[in-house]
Design a protein around this ligand. Structure first.
Ligand code: URA
Length: 432
């Protein structure tokens, strides 16, 4: 039982750049979760943390206190020794990698217990994408979750309310108080949920670039190092990759559009960058789970990843063979001039997809399953004026103008002999 503290004293400690004690942290998280610390007090504390930071001990304790605010799941005895491994992406545009990745890794022998979220702002959410599949449902009971993990090997579903409830409350508050962009708060928020989810191993895909939270490699590295340390401190084998989010992943941004592209990958096709990142992350997830005798590329080619996908979708009520929804209206935006496409900005595409109806501004907004942006070229490609550059999809054509405004400065076309200076897909690896 932690002693009682005064919320104002805790705020003053951090405001005055002193470290919070373990007891202060335990108390403030638990008192906030039960409603004894008010939102305005937690907002002030979050702002003090954003401005003055937390050291490694504080972040670790903060994370532990958020985990302890709910239940910590454990599969150790339920999977007959099959190791668990998961991936978390910090979010990007066109980032549909979880969709082919989870069934692929399950097809290689690990179990993937993935609790995912919905999209907010310009980045999409995995659950929104999967919900474009007719009949598929995101909510599972604890028993259904475990049964599917045992029988199929992969589950992607919504977290229940008892998984790090302190984070749920705090994240909502940070979203409206300008306190999201704090490395200790982001790291503890993500890792409290992933540790509570009960995975034995975790691969973090930390996105860097215009379409990501972290615009610069140095900040992304610091976030990755903080999360890897938190994972290790809590017994989860964790590695992180910093990956390129200057340009969207693949050729689609939007819910059903991205599911279609993911199924192409599972069928052995799909855009090169999506296939490459899926395989790189699969190898990391398997290595972290101690599986080193299977090459995921073979499981993609021989159809076994597709088999797991079909079973995973069907187990949650979806029809894996069903027609995916398409938007009622499309509009093609042409390439403005001949040359080499040297820049295609991820953020601009994310905002355009969002304005077309693929994303939401508030948590309770609905999304359009068919809305989004299809790309016809990627950076490095030779393009000709008048050819299609983007196809915009929406049910509500009055949205086209605002989407095109977002795309107005999204590209650079350079003379044909130019060589674009592009970041590699995988920029850096952090962890043992
Ligand atoms: N995702 C989370 O879950 N938490 C954050 O703070 C940021 C991104």
């Amino acid at each position: 039982m932690s002693p009682e503290f005064d919320a104002v004293d805790v705020i003053l400690t951090k405001r005055d750049r002193r470290a919070l004690s373990d007891e202060q942290i335990d108390w403030v998280i638990s008192a906030y979760t039960r409603g004894d610390v008010a939102d305005e007090q937690m907002s002030a504390l979050a702002m003090a943390i954003l401005l003055n930071g937390m050291d490694r001990r504080e972040v670790s304790r903060w994370t532990e206190a958020m985990i302890a605010s709910g239940e910590r799941m454990s599969f150790a005895d339920a999977l007959d020794g099959r190791p668990t491994t998961d991936k978390h992406s910090t979010g990007g545009v066109g980032d549909k990698i979880t969709l082919p990745l989870a069934p692929l890794v399950a097809a290689c022998g690990a179990a993937v217990p993935q609790l995912s979220g919905r999209g907010l702002g310009h980045t999409g959410g995995t659950l929104d994408k999967l919900e474009s599949i007719p009949g598929w449902r995101a909510s599972l009971s604890g028993d259904e979750f475990l049964a599917q993990l045992r029988s199929v090997g992969a589950v992607i579903c919504a977290a229940n309310d008892n998984l790090a409830p302190a984070d749920k409350k705090l994240y909502g508050l940070r979203d409206v108080t300008g306190t999201v962009e704090s490395i200790p708060l982001i790291a503890s928020s993500i890792m409290s949920k992933k540790i509570a989810e009960g995975t034995g191993a975790l691969v973090l895909d930390v996105k860097v670039g215009s379409g990501a939270f972290m615009k610069e490699v140095d900040a992304a590295r610091e976030l990755a190092e903080t999360m890897v340390a938190l994972g290790s401190d809590h017994g989860v084998r964790t590695v992180a990759l910093l990956t390129n989010m200057q340009t969207p992943l693949g050729l689609t941004a939007g819910n059903a559009l991205e599911v279609r592209e993911s199924v192409e990958v599972l069928a052995g096709g799909g855009p090169e960058d999506v296939v490459e990142l899926t395989l790189v992350l699969a190898r990391e997830m398997l290595a972290a789970a101690g599986i080193d005798d299977v090459d995921p590329a073979t499981r993609l080619k021989d159809g076994s990843a597709m088999d797991v996908w079909r079973r995973m979708i069907a187990a949650q009520g979806g029809d894996p063979e069903g027609e995916l929804p398409t938007a009622r209206e499309t509009h093609v935006v042409p390439v403005p001039a001949d040359g080499v496409l040297t820049r295609l900005d991820a953020y601009a595409v994310g905002v355009a997809a969002w304005r077309l109806g693929a994303g939401r501004a508030r948590k309770e907004d609905p999304v359009q399953a068919g809305a989004g942006v299809q790309l016809h070229a990627k950076p490095g490609a030779l393009v000709r004026g008048g050819e299609p550059l983007f196809t915009l999809h929406t049910d509500t054509p009055e949205r086209f103008d605002r989407a095109m405004e977002a795309l107005a400065d999204a590209i650079t076309i350079a003379p044909e002999d130019s060589r674009p200076d592009l970041l590699p897909l995988v920029i850096e690896r952090v962890g043992a």
